[in-house]
Design a protein around this ligand. Sequence first.
Ligand SMILES: [Zn+2]
Length: 489
Amino acid sequence: MLKCLIILNIIAKGGNMKKLKLLIFTCVILSLSISSVYAATFGYSNISGIALHQYDDYSSPITEILKIRTKLKITGEKDQWYNVKTESGEGWIEKYFVTVPAEKYVVNNTPYKINIRTSPASTSKAVGQLNPGDKAKYIDTYHSWNIIEYQGNECYTASWLTDLECENSQKIYILYDKTDIRDKASFDGNVIVQGNRNDSYEVAGEKNGWFKINLPNGQTGYVPGWLTGYSQNYYSGRNLSYKKTVGNLNIKSGPSIEYGNLRTLNGESLVKVVNSENGWDKVVCQEGNVGWCSIDSLKETYPLSGKSILIDPGHGGKDPGSISCSGKYEKYVNLETAYKLKEILESLGANVYMTRDDDYYITNKERGRMADNLNTDILLSIHHNSLNNSDYFGLSTYYNTINYKDPSYGYDLAEAIYLNAITTNGIYRDGILDRNYEVLRETNTPAALIEIGFMSNPNEEMNVHNESFQYVIAEKIANGIIDYFNNKN
Ligand SMILES: [Zn+2]
């Protein structure tokens, strides 16, 4: 109906009453039919390995298993279920496992016209323009460009020329206690107030990975996106845990013995706990099924137990890596984040090595060979990006299939880490890329490299140096590593 009103406004301004009457008629018909059909919107799967079902019922057949951050077109809903379309099919999924971002608009707040392009590059074809003050529906961000809906197609506008605003009163939830809310969208803003876990605020917009929020006193504040979620999901933040079944076990359709059996799991089956209620755990099984088990029938497990991992903090010593816009060296931030990742991976049961644990130089060839010599299961190299264009931002991961390497030597790892990282609010997509990097080339161990953000972008530089950001991104990388190993089994 909103779209209809916009069209009506435009037509009304033109003064063509005949057309206007016809449109009102069409709009009434349309709104009648739309109210019974769900207005299609987009969401993303928020957990890996979750099944789509043929019907809104867990006992119905599985049509597809989704990776985390699969884009879902929501075409209908029934009780706690969404009917969704993916690139390859359709099915039903519980709303709990779908993140629906706030509806956002790209707004041209400059005094100039801004080009709407067919791909995320200044050299690509312009198919239209946003006049000063114009809005367009925002879909996503990719390669520092905003993807918008334009004449029914997905097109691109430069993110650095536009603002993101929200019109509806959708909410975000704070994930951690004592979260600072500031008066601008960066860490050099003053703290106005602090929020705690599960506090909710209306979203007014988004900037530099931060959310603009409406505070109860009528003021506006800014909070880092990565410290927020779009729902009060049990496992947003740090609550996702892995358990194993003690013996053969029936999973139930609800949290008590009264509910019916959905299926039987063998002893020692790995499950993800996604909720907990009255001594019952809600779990997602390796096959993508969901159900409830009594907590007595499950035991804690370390998901990375028996795995060995080599973390490579890029550069070091005489090689500073990128030098940020404010003069900071990449080699230090690589090491800071690597240490946080090491701690998290060890808490998940992994045996972790580092190519360097201090500020000294080693060649990339030595780093690659070290993984082979230590016989680790994987190698992950940690970097931060830089470009001679400060507008650029975003997270990317890399693998190498050049020199005849099989994609299994890194693509799966690069993809699992990327998909987990970009589920985080305020972390933007810059792609999964095949590159002949020496550290990836000079090893026979499955290897990936991550560029966490751009040191050359003043806002992203401030974000990547922040402790909370480093901690959250290290957690997401760890989740990606767990997915990588689980997918192999
Ligand atoms: Zn680097």
